[in-house]
Design a protein around this ligand. Sequence first.
Ligand code: GSH
Length: 230
Amino acid sequence: MALKVYYDLLSQPSRAVYMFVKLNKIPFEDKPVALRKGEHFTEEFAKINPFNLVPVIDDNGFKLTESVAILKYLSCKYNLPDHWYPRTDLRAQARVDEYCNWQHVNTRGSAAMLFRHLLIIPKAKNQPIDMGKVEKCRESVRTVIAGLEKYYLKSQPFLCGNDISIADILGACELLQLYAVHEENLYESSPVVKAWMQRVRERLQPAFDEASKMVYRTREVTKSSLGSNL
Ligand SMILES: N[C@@H](CCC(=O)N[C@@H](CS)C(=O)NCC(=O)O)C(=O)O
């Protein structure tokens, strides 16, 4: 039985998993889950992930949630090139783990919250954007960008070394969510982070653009409401 990948392309960790399997030509069964239609709250999906979240994989009955765990599992199972998730060099592996642990509350914590406050919450609650909260989120994103600059990208082209790893995929997918809501200036104003995003994007083509198509579409849709200066 083929590996099943459950995802929604508007979900950052889903995109990371989706582009990873595409890029590495891992055969998989496509299992899109439309979050906007609440498909993750069905009884059927709860059997796959009782937390009602994407991404999740089902590898011949072995179900695994959490994008970081999934990416590591696939890297090892398919014996993929070591740069994705180093297995021979303990310190190189620890560097990737370091970023993957940091990013949950930092890159993801800040960028995802900004996206939620600009798009998801006003839509779900049919209420205006709370600009106070948006400003706080922007400040958190700025702090994260400064952290990326001064620590992860201080002296190397990729987050965890000289070559691309799963950390770069996760990080780029989180920041790209800001592009969907016209907030890319937050990372493009840093020449270091802007150049890194570009580098990662190029390395991940054509999977990157394919996986990001919902981001690009959302940007178009939100042009009139968010494209102006909020
Ligand atoms: N830590 C998890 C996060 C998973 C997650 O939060 N997924 C979101 C989409 S980005 C989701 O499924 N949300 C559904 C909901 O909140 O109802 C991972 O990295 O896989």
